[in-house]
Design a protein around this ligand. Sequence first.
Ligand SMILES: [Fe+2]
Ligand SMILES: [Fe+2]
Length: 167
Amino acid sequence: MSDIFAALRQEHQALLLAIDELRAIADGLDELPEHAVRHSLDGVYHFLTHRLKRHAAAEENTLYPLVGRILGSPQATATMSRDHIEVSRLADQMEWLLSHAAAFDLEQRKNLRRMLYGLHTLLKVHFVKEEEIYFPLLKNHLSRGEANRLLGKMAESSPREDGPPVQ
Ligand SMILES: [Fe+2]
Ligand SMILES: [Fe+2]
């Protein structure tokens, strides 16, 4: 039974490597030349809208409904789903900036830095909440068969390395 949660934690660990890059990019944003800012942000946008989005969708379809069942209400996971929506909203903002900014001046870099730090904090806290609250809850309440089915479904839609890394 512990294997399933090791697998889920492992998936989080892989995603957290890219999430930590968000802060590193924000830290160095002022020193980056124009083309490097765009390249880094393209990587961030791709990560948010592919790997991370697939992970969130898998949770919405499989993991969260099980947590809702255990807690006795589908609304129990609504605040976590709201986090997923907020990440999508910030990705949309980034896409808008990427498609509209002719150049990244100091003001735009300031806005981007806020956005990246916001995403980094939101995602770190979100992952901790899943690992410290949802995973133990599932571990204590799911049968072995249910846990294996959950792992299988999460693996089917798990993030794959199919695009440019965040850099
Ligand atoms: Fe999540
Ligand atoms: Fe997650």
